[in-house]
Design a protein around this ligand. Structure first.
Ligand code: ADE
Ligand code: ZN
Length: 334
């Protein structure tokens, strides 16, 4: 039998969260408030109803709900409020640093929002949280493949035109259905030329080739999920040799049926193979999870001891895009 999860110890470990979507961090009560604020009809009248509505049956139905939440975010204050709220939650779980994925393609291309207002709001929320809790945060605008490469470049044009110092990387979210037909690699190359780091979702629902593609074509420096890599030892070796970490979210994988049950989640095999793993909560209220629950999943799945939890927390700091001085300070317990 597994020893009970040492929640207080896990909370006390300085850690970073490198895989959480800002828009997916909105809780049901806030969804209802935002819907009322903007005169949007909500799919339910109370939190219990929204919880019910959040029982999706796979990735496409999840994405419908995720984009509905994205559409509730209209003003700079909306973005500031949700960024601050999530950073408060993360701080309470021992996070010292958060890298928010922000669905930039949605806001810029689909909603035709003013990116300055979106970015200004998120940055204001991050600054307020830094003042309130001392928590550090950076931003990763995500491109969406389903809109095509042209749209990815258009979103990137806008992102690159206003590079706030908190914008540290460009990422890729969503399904990989058209990765082989469309040239997204050139968008990542432009981001790199502009001085940004690069990450990508890959191998979440799909197989190992997605991870190889993200490494070879996008130059991804971290992979979000990456569980599909375990199907190909060559891709596993690439991740290990290139020192590319996977930001793994077992609770999300279970909620979206990327794995049939946690018992068969490949996290233990990923750790055994030498892949560097960090833990994230992805879209926590949408999946009924939070950062510490992900550490609990890892504890249960991988038969960890406290030093195993410490390694995962340290990985998240070391693999972050924070400054070397900040990382060294966190590792030293400053
Ligand atoms: N965007 C928000 N959540 C996501 C996920 N789990 N996978 C890919 N894109 C996402
Ligand atoms: Zn994700």
């Amino acid at each position: 039998m597994t020893t009970p999860f040492p929640a207080d110890f896990a909370r006390s470990l300085p850690k970073a969260e490198l895989h959480v979507h800002l828009e997916g961090s909105v809780d049901p009560a806030t969804m209802l408030r935002l819907a009322e604020r903007h005169g949007v009809e909500a799919p339910a009248i109370d939190v219990a109803g929204i919880d019910e509505w959040l029982r999706f049956d796979g990735f496409p139905s999840f994405l419908d709900r995720y984009f509905w939440v994205c559409g509730l975010l209209r003003t700079a204050d909306d973005f500031a409020d949700i960024a601050h709220a999530y950073l408060a939650t993360a701080h309470a779980q021992g996070a010292v640093h958060v890298e928010f994925h922000v669905s930039s393609s949605y806001h810029i291309v689909e909603r035709e929002a003013d990116w300055s207002e979106v970015l200004g709001g998120v940055v204001a929320g991050c600054e307020r949280a830094e003042a309130d809790f001392g928590i550090s945060s950076l931003l990763i605008p995500d491109l969406s493949p389903h809109l095509g490469a042209g749209a990815a470049h258009r979103a990137l044009d806008v992102v690159l035109a206003e590079l706030h110092p908190r914008v540290v990387a460009v990422g890729m979210g969503g399904p990989a259905d058209n990765w082989l037909e469309e040239d997204f690699g050139s968008a990542f190359a432009r981001a790199r030329d502009a001085g940004l780091r690069t990450v990508s979702h890959a191998g979440e629902h799909g197989p190992a080739w997605e991870v190889r593609h993200a490494l070879e074509q996008f130059g991804a420096e971290r992979i979000q999920h990456g569980i599909g890599a375990m199907g190909d030892p060559e891709v596993v070796a690439m991740l290990v040799e290139e020192g590319v970490a996977c930001d793994v979210c077992p609770g999300s994988n279970l909620a979206l049926a990327a794995v049939p049950s946690l018992d068969v989640h490949p996290l233990p095999a990923m750790l055994d193979s030498g892949i560097t793993v960090t833990l994230g909560s992805d879209d926590p209220p949408l999946f009924g999870t939070d950062l510490l629950s992900e550490y609990r999943h890892a504890w249960n799945l991988c038969d960890l001891d406290e030093s195993g939890l410490r390694v995962l927390a340290e990985n998240s700091l070391v693999e972050s895009f924070a400054s070397t001085a900040a990382i060294e300070g966190w590792l030293a317990g400053d």
